[in-house]
Design a protein around this ligand. Structure first.
Ligand code: C5P
Length: 223
């Protein structure tokens, strides 16, 4: 395992779920454990980077030598990212695509017996990684594509649409890997091709990904 491939570089990593408040006691979220993002943060620090981990709520300890910033909502995640874009930006967070249009000041109450339905108006959240990749001084952006079908086609469309340099494609229809699992298998998608890294621990996968990301970053810099 290579030490030092990220020496002196600043890496910002988003990880975990976001929570989008509905009222003072309720929120919309997802099952992201944060494990892949935390494993990447650890591997980047081992490789010599100065790592900022912008994290939604998780059960995980902060990896050694990593600066962690805790956030809840996608909007807070974006604000933290803009303050700390880094040289390399890795978007591993499972950001909620939508949030409630407004946050109720008081706990919402059940409606009377007249109806069994209630409607929550949602609005689009900002796309954090696409925003970072479109900055005039954009960091080298690495995104994830977690899909249940058409994995590589969707991954490639994210690469171009979001202006990413590398997309880590993850088949989340498989229950043995990915969400909440300690293992993962992915395919790396870049403008020049694809490479599959088959099933291994998230920790080992993170180290292997860091080697590829460092390579791709240096190649991009040399252009
Ligand atoms: O579009 P989709 O959510 O599938 O894209 C996944 C990639 O985009 C991940 O890298 C994720 O962290 C990032 N993303 C983001 N902000 C969003 C939605 C996704 O940074 N609002």
């Amino acid at each position: 395992f290579q030490t030092g491939v990220l020496d002196g570089l600043r890496v910002t990593i988003t990880a975990g779920p976001t929570r989008e408040a509905i009222d003072p006691v309720r929120y919309i979220s997802n099952h992201s454990s944060g494990k892949m993002g935390y494993a990447l943060a650890e591997a980047c620090a081992e490789a010599g980077a100065r790592v900022t981990l912008i994290s939604g709520p998780t059960q995980l300890p902060t990896p050694a030598h990593v600066t962690r910033i805790d956030i809840n909502s996608a909007q807070d995640l974006l604000a933290a990212a803009l303050e700390q874009p880094g040289d390399i930006f890795i978007g591993a967070a499972a950001v909620a695509d939508y949030r409630p249009q407004s946050i109720a000041q008081q706990k919402l109450k059940k409606q009377g017996d007249a109806t069994d339905e209630m409607t929550l108006q949602l609005v689009r959240n900002p796309d954090i990684i696409a925003t970072m990749a479109s900055l005039s001084n954009a960091p080298f952006c690495v995104g994830f594509a977690a899909e249940t079908e058409n994995l590589l086609a969707y991954a490639r469309s994210k690469l171009t649409r979001k202006k990413l340099k590398l997309v880590i494609a993850n088949d989340v229809s498989r229950t043995d890997i990915g969400f909440n699992s300690d293992e993962n298998a992915v395919t790396l998608v870049t403008a020049s091709g694809e490479e599959t890294l088959n099933t291994r621990s998230k920790r080992q996968l993170a180290r292997d990904l860091v080697a590829r990301i460092a390579d791709a970053y240096q190649q991009d810099r040399a252009k």
